[in-house]
Design a protein around this ligand. Structure first.
Ligand code: AMP
Length: 238
């Protein structure tokens, strides 16, 4: 009798609960794309503290009122406030199988607070940190080569994915523009700030043996597959 296997249907993937994950990466490494893909693959929520804070600011909550000015200045919001907000979010039932943190923990104190909280939780599953790394020159090309169609929003890259005719959108012929913050100077500032800010967090998870560094070159699909494989391997480790 023909079984699904003999008909070439792949066996159903076992349900997998990835637990708490953190995705890190400098501007331009494709972190947003990967976070979305992985969260979709395992049906877990993406939790971005930047987004949570902006929602609090928009709703005018006391927490948002406290955070607003600091965020406008580009300064970090105090650890206690962010931790409180994260604690609230992690109490939601959709986080039970796991979640993908983005932008948190951002300081060593936040990482230590979260470790303690997870260790005391019902599943005591520690966080797995994933860091996507791309060579500097490649990142620079990704960011400074980016061109956008102001009419339809199509995104091109003069080095990696150029339009058929230089400077013009393939779809509607509109002149492409470069965002001000895609300049080399802004990129370097953002990269330096990212590295200074995340270095202690990266070292923290490295020293605990819970950091996976992934080369972010290649197709987005191949990077997603490698990240997923790393998480599944680490979680199944006894
Ligand atoms: P983001 O969208 O991640 O760039 O965050 C926007 C702003 O929110 C940051 O500039 C900080 O002011 C604040 N913020 C986001 N996440 C954190 C965090 N983990 N710790 C402190 N401040 C944060």
């Amino acid at each position: 009798m023909a079984t699904p296997e003999s008909q070439g249907t792949p066996p159903a993937r076992e349900p997998f609960e990835p637990g708490p994950l953190l995705l890190m990466g400098a501007p331009g490494v494709g972190k947003g794309t990967q976070a979305k893909e992985l969260a979709g693959r395992w049906a877990i929520p993406q939790i971005s503290t930047g987004d949570l804070l902006r929602a609090h600011v928009a709703s005018g909550s006391p927490l948002g009122t406290e955070a607003r000015q600091l965020m406008e200045q580009g300064t970090l919001v105090p650890d206690a406030l962010v931790n409180r907000m994260v604690e609230q979010r992690l109490g939601d039932p959709d986080t039970v199988p796991g979640y993908m943190l983005d932008g948190y923990p951002r300081t060593l104190a936040q990482a230590q607070w979260l470790d303690r909280k997870l260790a005391a939780g019902p599943r005591a599953l520690p966080l797995i940190a994933l860091s996507i790394r791309v060579a500097y020159t490649q990142l620079l090309r990704r960011v400074t080569g980016r061109r956008i169609c102001p009419r339809c929003g199509s995104i091109y890259n003069t080095y990696l994915h150029p339009p058929k005719q230089e400077g013009v959108c393939d779809l509607d012929g509109t002149s492409l523009v470069r965002r001000d913050d895609d300049s080399e100077a802004v990129f370097e500032d953002r990269l330096r700030a990212y590295e200074a800010q995340t270095a202690p967090v990266v070292e923290h998870y490295r020293s605990l043996g819970r950091l996976t560094e992934m080369d972010g070159e290649g197709t987005p699909e191949s990077i997603t597959a490698r990240l997923a494989e790393a998480v599944e391997r680490l979680r199944r480790k006894p």
